[in-house]
Write a protein that binds this ligand. Structure first.
Ligand code: ADP
Length: 565
């Protein structure tokens, strides 16, 4: 398997489990959010139920108290008694006496004492005309405490219908008690001829308002007298049942039958919910509701999912980034290891060649078999040249390790440029000539001296010449030009060889990098020459770069006149 395929496989092995993990976590999050939402709803429902139950209880207590007073009223001067009671008790809005066959006796339907009395008479016209039943059982009243509770999903209408169907439990009439013998038995659908001591409550809707009418009949229904509750006074006694100062994010509402808010507590702006989380019907106040609004800490299940998704996304990206970084590191270590192995092989080979030549020529000279002095001279020159090559090679390797560790020392001195470069190139003439390369040197108008490290400069130039000999001998020409540029000098080394493919033009300055061509494979090399040359140029305050030319390779060395400290 190729290296790139291995990397793709490793990446897939990282990507797929990460994605699966992310998806799994998201699913878990969704179900957790749903669970949270439903538990939140259940809590709100319990709360609504409890409040509705308490309100129910309070209403029943008020009703019981009023009924008790009603029963205890003496029969003499009943109208007067009732009138006094009405005036003294804020819970009594209106009082009445009704007789079978005669209808309303008090207040006088012909001469009502006040507008309020006139309205009262008109409001219960059908009731006093005995056209509708006196009990709410079969009509509207639903006194079961906290009759039904529904989630916000159930419509208000539906909720109220449910409340209407709730059984009677809190307000059994006397006839109900007598007919069934059980305190909690529902009242009969239709009032039968009732024994003495009957009582009951009638809820009555008029002008979109709920009214509660309580009555007592001492004689089995022939005479009925009673009261109408002052709803405002009743409501003021119920308000304490809504939590007075609920925590932030919670709010409560008491709604009447026309959806008017009777009372509310808690901060509604912070909830921004259009629908209550839960509602409960109040059995003893038909059509009235308790609504509970609640904001979850994270802004609802949507908020939980959003925050969770963000966390999961960050987590997955972190895994992928971390994994990719590890893969990249592993790939780099592998590449470095490969480069080092090939470096060792290359350098050994490079060292071995001049050593073999030196030994061979030295042996021949030692044996004394060389006949002519010219031949001997040539052999000696070869030995010197090869040992110089060996010196350059070892110098490169030593420099490389020093540069890598940042331990390279530079000795700055004044260099006479016009003298230094021709002298250096003169020592290379033989090498170049043997390789069939003609050297052209051009020196433009330049400053006389350069303050830099002579050995480092020579090493840069010699590395460039080495490469021309190795890779561009076919071009047969090496043009070296020295000229002045802003703040320094520029030395260009251009040959007429094959040049460097554009993909490698920057990478040839990386350590161990060699262009993979047949030419390179024929030539020995460690891939260090240009990397060392560039590092030296930079350490001297300059730069070594490759310049694109039509034919061959061109290296440009720029240096400041003085090496920065
Ligand atoms: P080495 O010569 O030891 O391989 P270098 O760092 O000196 O290492 O060179 C890096 C690579 O750049 C060489 O392997 C060669 O492929 C390419 N190269 C350098 N100089 C030339 C040149 N003048 N012409 C063509 N290719 C060159």
């Amino acid at each position: 398997m190729t290296k790139s395929k291995l990397i793709i496989l490793a990446w897939l092995l990282l990507l797929i489990p990460t994605l699966l993990l992310g998806l799994g976590a998201l699913r878990l999050l969704q179900s957790e959010a749903a669970r949270l939402a439903s538990s939140n709803q259940a809590t709100a429902r319990d709360r609504a139920l409890a409040i509705a139950g308490n309100i129910d209880l309070a209403v029943s207590e008020v009703k019981d108290g009023l009924q008790e007073t009603l029963r205890s009223l003496p029969q003499q001067n009943l109208a007067e008694q009732l009138d006094t009671w009405k005036r003294s008790n804020p819970l009594v809005r209106n009082a009445f006496i009704w007789e079978q066959g005669r209808g309303l006796i008090f207040p006088d339907p012909e001469q009502p004492a006040s507008d309020e009395e006139a309205l009262f008479i008109r409001r219960y016209l059908t009731l006093f005309a005995d056209q509708s039943g006196w009990d709410s059982t079969h009509t509207e009243e639903t006194p079961a405490p906290a009759a039904e509770v529904n989630s916000v999903l159930a419509g208000r209408k539906e909720l109220r219908q449910l409340a209407q169907r709730a059984p009677v439990a809190a307000e059994p009439s006397a006839e109900a008690l007598q007919s069934s013998g059980k305190a909690s038995a529902p009242a009969p659908a239709k009032a039968t001829p009732a024994p003495a001591g009957q009582s009951g409550w009638r809820s009555w809707y008029a002008d979109d308002q709920l009214h509660l009418l309580g009555w007592f009949s001492p004689d089995g229904g022939k005479q009925r007298y009673g009261l109408e509750i002052e709803m405002m006074a009743l409501v003021s006694r119920l308000l304490g049942n809504l939590p007075a100062d609920p925590p932030a994010g919670e709010a409560f509402q008491l709604l009447d039958g026309s959806d008017q808010i009777v009372h509310q507590t808690g901060q509604f702006e912070s909830i921004a919910a259009e629908q209550p989380l839960a509602s409960a019907a109040i059995g003893s106040l038909p059509h009235w509701l308790v609504n509970v609004y609640r904001k979850t800490a994270t802004g609802g299940s949507g908020g939980v999912i959003m925050i969770g998704s963000l966390l999961i996304g960050t987590f997955c990206i972190a895994i992928l980034l971390g994994g990719s970084l590890l893969l990249w590191q592993a790939w780099r270590y592998q590449r470095d290891a490969q480069q080092k192995t090939s470096f060792v092989a290359n350098i050994s080979h490079e060292l071995k060649t001049p050593l073999t030549t030196i030994r061979m020529y030295a042996e021949m000279l030692g044996e004394g078999t060389i006949s002519t002095p010219e031949k001997r001279q040539r052999y000696l020159q070869t030995i010197v040249r090869e040992s110089q090559r060996l010196t350059r090679l070892v110098g490169n390797v030593l420099d490389f390790s020093r540069l890598e560790q940042g331990r390279k020392d530079y000795a700055v001195e004044a260099i006479d440029l016009a003298q230094w470069l021709p002298q250096l190139l003169a020592t290379q003439q033989v090498r170049l000539g043997e390789a069939g390369i003609q050297l052209q040197l051009e020196i433009g108008p330049i400053e006389k001296t350069l303050e830099s490290d002579r050995d480092a400069l020579e090493q840069i130039v010699l590395n460039l010449i080495d490469n021309t000999i190795k890779y561009a001998a076919d071009g047969g020409l090496l043009q070296i030009r020295l000229e002045a540029v802003a703040d320094g000098i520029q030395l260009s080394c251009c040959d007429h060889g094959p040049g460097i493919p554009s993909a490698h033009q920057e990478r040839i300055f990386n350590k161990f990098h060699r262009v993979d061509t047949s030419l390179t494979s024929r030539q020995q090399g460690s891939g260090l020459g240009l990397s060392i040359a560039r590092q030296l140029a930079r350490d001297l305050g300059g730069e070594l770069s490759y310049q694109r030319v039509a034919e061959g390779a061109c290296f440009i060395l720029t240096l400041p006149l003085r090496r920065p400290a």
